[in-house]
Design a protein around this ligand. Structure first.
Ligand SMILES: [Cu+2]
Length: 210
């Protein structure tokens, strides 16, 4: 068993467990030990193959985006179906993808293709509290933690990677590091201080859909 240790915010360590082939398992927690959701882990490699017509869906439902966070590979076409019985008007001013879909109901005619890597923040002109994030990455090897703070990147070919972390509410860029992946499972535990999601100021639904 090999074990690499280093300090990042509090502590991050990797242990090769020799159980599963080519997988990265991540457990993210707050400094208090609570599970940290929506923590993105990305393995970058120059050998990554471009996305092959990948698709993703971000719903508008109950005056919210769902999911709150998506991670997609560069070139992914994202659909934004509106499941509410009233209109939304969604937009992004983020440099990797500036767009808007003006007041619409149902499914927009065309998906939006995210063709540059980076972080994109989504909003809605009608419902100020609606927010969602898309992290566009140049690799097929990524995962985000669920409510249990766990994430897995499976089927990672052997080789050297740069591991990056990202969270929609991070206050600063998180450090990167090199990571060698073999035919074994690698387990990472990390602790990070991420501000809680602010309380929504979501008013009761009125007849006009606000
Ligand atoms: Cu809306």
């Amino acid at each position: 068993m090999s074990c690499v240790r280093f300090v990042w915010l509090t502590l991050l360590y990797a242990c090769s467990l020799g159980a599963m082939a080519g997988a990265l398992d991540v457990v993210a927690t707050t400094p208090e030990g609570l599970p940290l959701e929506d923590f993105v882990v990305v393995l970058e490699t120059p050998d990554a193959t471009p996305a092959k017509k990948t698709k993703a869906v971000i719903l508008q439902r109950d005056r919210e985006f769902s999911p709150y966070l998506s991670v997609v590979q560069t070139g992914t076409a994202v659909e934004f179906p509106n499941l509410d019985p009233f209109k939304h008007h969604i937009y992004s001013f983020s440099p990797p993808k500036v767009f808007e879909i003006k007041l619409y109901a149902g499914k927009p005619a065309n998906p939006v293709v995210f063709d540059k890597p980076g972080a994109v923040a989504l909003g809605c002109n009608i419902h100020d509290w609606m927010e969602a994030y898309i992290l566009v990455v140049d690799t097929p090897y990524f995962a985000k933690t669920g409510p249990d703070g766990k994430a897995r990147i499976a089927n990672v070919p052997e080789g050297s990677y740069r591991i990056r972390y990202w969270h929609p509410r991070q206050r600063e860029e998180l450090p990167t590091r090199e990571l060698k992946m073999g035919r074994e499972a690698v387990r990472l535990s990390l602790k990070a201080t991420i501000p809680a999601r602010p309380e929504h100021n979501k008013p009761p639904l009125d007849g006009a859909g606000y």
